[in-house]
Design a protein around this ligand. Structure first.
Ligand code: SF4
Length: 356
């Protein structure tokens, strides 16, 4: 079958390189990359996510999502004069056999792009606790096994906030994509977590209680297109999966979503958009959060999730801190910008996705 000409703005000057998973249109590399960047710019502008002069901490994991996010923000900043001051902030959870290689990828990116890089480590922030130590302690506790991501998600959020505050950031951006968001919405439905459902659809959080505003400029970009963009731009990223990821509930939800997508291709974006429109009845709304009595972070209980978890760890009862009674607060509610195997339906690199 002959390769079709590009149906994009180049007017068919070049042969098509792929059929866009999002639109089905046959486009060349250049038209695809331009369209992808224009869509991210539209997300930024429509949501007024990053004002001119913003000091932006990019949550950098070395994985495809944060790599593409930093690359696109640099390109848009240079082309459209967004006046962004970009910093990479990476979190070292202390996961042997995984994070060191991912951090090496972040360091290469920082050097290539000449962006400042700050690395914050769990061990330094949380009294010597690394994720490997947390996992060991959690495994010693009797009772129902709980995936490590449940604990890690709580600490990662805090660590990224801390790193961003250190570099004087005014905003935090993370590489969550449409697939991540759809998984989160589905997970919250399956757990009956109405509080998170009510918060899950927005483009980010406004930064209440002293926390920095956060946003997700790739929220409407599919994982497949992110992999393709990284491939066409020849981006260097780390694609191994975290050693604790296979235990996560999110993996089951990802499989379910893939099966649903085979029957209804628009299901990912449908879920993202439906979450945007969800509103809780007044009686179901959680009370407005106050401040953690220990660290001052926003919390709907006297201790925030991170302080409660560290308390539990130090007392040898980590599960108590985020178990019953804290349901809906800290249960692996959001993919925490760690690298995870892409679920684009094939190998992690884009070669197998290209149509032509
Ligand atoms: Fe932490 Fe991510 Fe690994 Fe889960 S998959 S333990 S959230 S780094």
């Amino acid at each position: 079958m002959p390769v079709p000409r590009c149906s994009g703005p180049c007017g068919g000057v070049r042969p098509a390189a792929l059929r866009r998973p999002r639109t089905g249109g046959a486009v060349c590399r250049s038209c695809f990359c331009n369209a992808f960047e224009a869509e991210v710019l539209s997300t930024l502008q429509t949501g007024r996510l990053l004002p001119p002069g913003a000091v932006v901490a990019v949550g950098a994991s070395g994985g495809k999502d944060s790599t593409v996010l930093a690359h696109v923000l640099r390109a848009l900043d240079a082309r459209h004069g967004l006046a962004l001051d970009l910093h990479l902030v990476a979190v070292d959870e202390g996961i042997g056999g995984y994070r060191d290689a991912a951090l090496a990828a972040v360091r290469r990116q920082a050097g290539r792009w000449r962006l400042p890089l700050t690395v914050v480590a769990y061990a330094d922030l949380f009294g010597g606790w690394t994720m490997d130590e947390v996992a060991r302690r959690a495994a010693q506790e009797p009772g129902r096994a709980r995936a490590c991501c449940t604990f890690c998600g709580v600490l990662r959020r805090r660590a990224l906030e801390e790193g961003a505050q250190r570099v004087g950031a005014t905003h935090i951006v993370t590489g969550h994509n449409a697939d991540d968001m759809a998984e989160t919405v589905l997970m919250n439905f399956l757990r009956g977590d109405s509080g998170r459902l009510a918060r899950g659809g927005t483009l980010g959080s406004p930064g209440e209680g002293g926390a920095l505003p956060r946003c997700r400029p790739l929220q409407f970009a599919s994982q497949k297109e992110i992999v393709l963009y990284a491939h066409f731009q020849e981006l260097d990223y780390f694609s191994e999966e975290c050693v604790y990821a296979p235990e996560a509930f999110r993996g089951h939800v990802r499989d379910l979503l893939k099966a649903l997508e085979a029957a209804r291709p628009s299901v990912v974006l449908d879920l993202v958009h439906s979450a945007e429109r969800l509103a809780l009845a007044p009686a179901a709304r959680p009370p407005p959060p106050g401040a953690c009595t220990r660290c001052g972070a926003l919390s709907s209980r006297s201790l925030c999730q991170a302080c409660a978890l560290l308390d539990g760890l130090n007392r040898g009862r980590p599960r108590l801190a985020i178990g019953k009674g804290r349901k809906g607060l800290g249960e692996e509610g959001e993919k925490q910008s760690c690298t995870s195997k892409d679920s684009s339906g094939g190998p992690s690199r884009a070669g197998a996705i290209q149509a032509f």
